[in-house]
Design a protein around this ligand. Structure first.
Ligand code: IPE
Ligand code: IPE
Ligand code: MG
Length: 236
């Protein structure tokens, strides 16, 4: 395993609206083009041998958007879950989910549960979808669950705490990419990205290509991940 290749990439797929506006199109067209960019990303990661990709598709805060945009997005998620399933199976991709499942419209929830079950045995890549996700909410929910579990406070180790998060097996991302030029996390993976390498790129999400991913991977390969140590300590 090449240590300079991230094993888990998280992506904040931002800029769909601006992409559409620049073309005089409705925002929905940007979201539609965003799905194509996601498909390209997953294929590319799989062929590079990156086993984990987690994408931010809809934040808890995004519920404040106009109802028509929300409805369009959830129709898009529904279509993605249904239409992408044969390809996910063919490519041996497992789907996972983080977020408030109870917030999702019933048909989306049903399609999601079906896709999660159907792809559960796939191994070549795990694609985690973050929908109605909030990092703070995830942490609060984990605290509530830990309290209810009857665990004594002193027994709540970091390892056990992780078990109360949305996806207990989700490793920390090695690399987080945000498109569209915004320099913020917008409530994404707050607990898990403590030591994640951050990469911001001005390109709008629908324009994100394999070459941009390669550029991010090259930058990542050149980073020194010290985790608090001195550079000297890291030398072999
Ligand atoms: C990201 O693109 C997709 C979602 C948040 C669902 P945006 O819709 O935020 O696009 P901009 O940031 O307005 O350009
Ligand atoms: C973050 O993008 C959420 C997703 C990409 C799904 P936003 O566009 O909602 O973030 P802010 O509002 O600019 O911080
Ligand atoms: Mg945005």
């Amino acid at each position: 395993m090449d240590a300079r290749l991230p094993q888990h990439i998280a992506v904040i797929m931002d800029g769909n609206g601006r992409w559409a506006e620049q073309r005089g199109l409705p925002r929905s067209e940007g979201h539609r083009a965003g799905v194509d960019a996601l498909r390209r990303l997953v294929r590319e990661c799989r062929s590079l041998g990156i086993p984990r990709v987690t994408v931010y598709a809809f934040s808890k805060e995004n519920w404040q958007r106009p109802e028509t945009e929300i409805r369009f997005l959830f129709d898009l998620f529904l279509r993605f879950l249904r239409e992408e399933l044969p390809e996910l199976m063919e490519q041996d991709i497992r789907l996972a989910f983080i977020g408030e499942e109870e917030d999702l419209p019933f048909p989306v929830r049903r399609a999601l549960e079906y896709a999660l079950r159907k792809t559960s045995g796939n191994r070549s890549l795990t694609l985690t979808l973050a929908i109605s996700y909030s990092g703070r909410e995830e942490i609060l929910r984990a605290v509530r669950r830990a309290m209810r579990s009857g665990l004594a406070p002193a027994e709540l180790t970091e390892q056990r705490f992780r078990g109360f998060l949305y996806e207990p097996g989700l490793p920390d991302p090695d690399l987080l990419i945000r498109t569209s030029g915004e320099l913020r996390l917008s409530n994404f993976l707050l607990f898990q990205s403590a030591y994640t390498e951050l990469y911001f790129i001005p390109v709008l999400w629908p324009d994100f290509q394999a070459a941009h991913l390669q550029e991010a991977l090259d930058v990542y390969a050149g980073r020194v991940r010290r985790f608090g140590r001195t550079s000297e300590q890291l030398r072999p």
